[in-house]
Design a protein around this ligand. Structure first.
Ligand code: UDP
Length: 461
């Protein structure tokens, strides 16, 4: 096929067009995928909204095509508003994307062929591409288990698991159709936002079904059973190519500037002694929760590196986020940064634990470095990820209930200094090795990337 695929004797350029959802946790895996495909000889074109636009200067090899229509983020970072925003993005830029895609395809058609990889949340992008006869692949940036949940959402409603009525006993009910989830591990949100969440999941599943394949940022060592389930239930091929950051350079798609001074600061600490604390790019807490977090960290006596993002507490200025006296109480033992080079931090030998909100990227990055987790999920798929960390891979513990300094302190000690935590760390080391086998030579993720490349080639007519 290679030899025949020429244009007047010249080999054709092969383009992959990418359209990420404009959120950090979606942009990172898409750019990591771009790195992988670029390494395989594909030309990369990235469509992007004005909101959270990537910096073209940091990717000189890629072409960037702005798509008008989305200039701002969600009204608030509540699950309702984030999901509503995600659902609205596809519609808001549909017309502009159609024009841009048509122009790009027309331009490339003289000497090249193209296929589109879009975030599964952008159903309209798949529909637009289909009308222009551009083949598509869907990237879903969460775990296989979470996508299985998306697909099972109608069943979960039918059986009465959702929407959640709010009683404690209902929250603890095991979802027998989707072990190991309990109701509280699902995207359990109030009745008011039930419809918009249902719609967003339905659209993501529809996007995958109309695509020519599903790309998942996970691997055999983490989700063999879940991947097998998806392969059984979906008519499209599934490519478990993750964790993608193992195949691509670090930190190049960060929207905020990463403070690298913390890497030097980490050098002074003994192995596995420092707690890294970060709640990702979206999670937001009350100032009371922030205070309890701060005093729990202080009280634990454990050295820490804490990412306090501007905006972590709604309506609070960056300089006023930390409680008075916190700095004095932890002087010499802690560092606070606005945004960290997370993968490098997790890889640093001094880091022995990660207090995380369990976004899928953070979870996978932690696993890859063998760092056990203190889990405090906020919303979306994070509860489900925390469930896997605690009860399937057993490389962390969940901090449940109200945030209160005493229980925060105890949980941090348990992870960082107790035998319990040491056991989790040992298992995390084993899991790291198992994942490294997937991403290493001849491993399942590498094989999946080979298959993906072959598949993309077969889509070019
Ligand atoms: N991240 C980072 N610096 C930080 C915190 C996070 O570079 O200080 C990166 C992290 O490595 C991950 C992404 O931001 O790739 C967050 O994605 P995730 O899915 O964990 O959470 P989200 O932000 O989507 O809630």
């Amino acid at each position: 096929a290679m030899a025949a695929d020429t244009n007047g004797g010249r080999p054709r350029r092969r383009h992959v067009l990418l359209f990420p959802l404009p959120y950090q946790g979606h942009i990172n895996p898409m750019f990591r995928l771009a790195g992988v495909l670029h390494g395989r000889g594909f030309d990369i074109t990235v469509f992007h909204t004005d909101f959270n636009a990537p910096d073209p200067a940091r990717h000189p090899d890629y072409r960037f095509v702005p798509v008008a229509g989305v200039v701002s983020g969600p009204a608030t970072v509540s699950i309702e508003d984030v999901v509503a925003h995600i659902v609205a993005i596809g519609g808001a830029c549909e017309a502009a994307f159609r024009d841009r895609l048509a122009a790009v395809v027309e331009e490339y058609s003289r000497d090249a062929v193209a296929c589109l990889v879009a975030d599964a949340h952008l159903l309209q992008a798949f529909q637009v591409a289909a009308r222009l006869a551009v083949p598509t692949l869907a990237l879903r940036t969460g775990s296989a288990a979470s996508f299985a949940c998306f697909a099972a959402y109608p069943m979960l409603c039918e059986k009465g698991y959702l929407p959640v009525q709010g009683t404690d006993s209902q929250l603890e009910t095991p979802v027998v159709e989707l072990p190991p989830y309990r109701v509280r591990d699902l995207m359990h949100i109030g009745k008011n936002s039930h419809e918009v969440v249902r719609e967003s999941m339905e659209r993501a599943v529809a996007a995958v079904r109309v695509s020519s394949g599903l790309i998942l940022n996970t691997c055999d060592a983490l989700e063999r059973r879940e991947l097998a389930g998806l392969r059984r239930d979906l008519a499209v091929p599934v490519f478990d190519v993750g964790p993608l950051h193992k195949f691509s350079p670090v930190g190049d798609s960060s929207l905020l500037c990463q403070d690298r001074t913390c890497l030097d600061w980490l050098d002074q600490w003994p192995p596995a002694s420092v707690l890294y604390v970060s709640f990702g790019s979206l999670a937001c807490m009350s100032s009371q929760d922030l205070d309890e977090t701060a005093w729990g960290i202080a009280g634990s006596g454990v050295p820490f590196l804490w990412v306090v993002r501007p905006g972590l507490v709604r309506g609070c200025e960056a300089s006023q986020l930390l409680p008075e006296g916190f700095e004095a109480a932890t002087r010499g033992r802690g560092m606070v940064v606005a945004w960290a080079p997370q993968q490098e931090v997790l890889r640093h030998r001094a880091v022995g634990g990660f207090w995380t909100h369990n976004g899928w990227n953070s979870t996978a990055e932690s696993i890859c470095e063998g760092v056990p987790m203190l889990c405090r999920p906020y919303f979306g798929d994070q509860m489900g990820n925390a469930r896997y960390v605690e009860s399937v891979w057993r490389v962390g513990l969940e901090l449940t209930g109200e945030l209160e300094r005493g229980s925060v302190e105890a949980a941090i000690r348990r992870l960082m200094t107790d035998t319990d935590g040491a056991e989790m760390r040992a298992r995390a080391g084993e899991l790291k090795k198992a994942v490294a086998e997937c991403t290493g030579k001849g491993g399942s993720s590498r094989v999946a990337i080979d298959k993906l490349v072959e598949h993309i080639m077969s889509l070019y007519k």
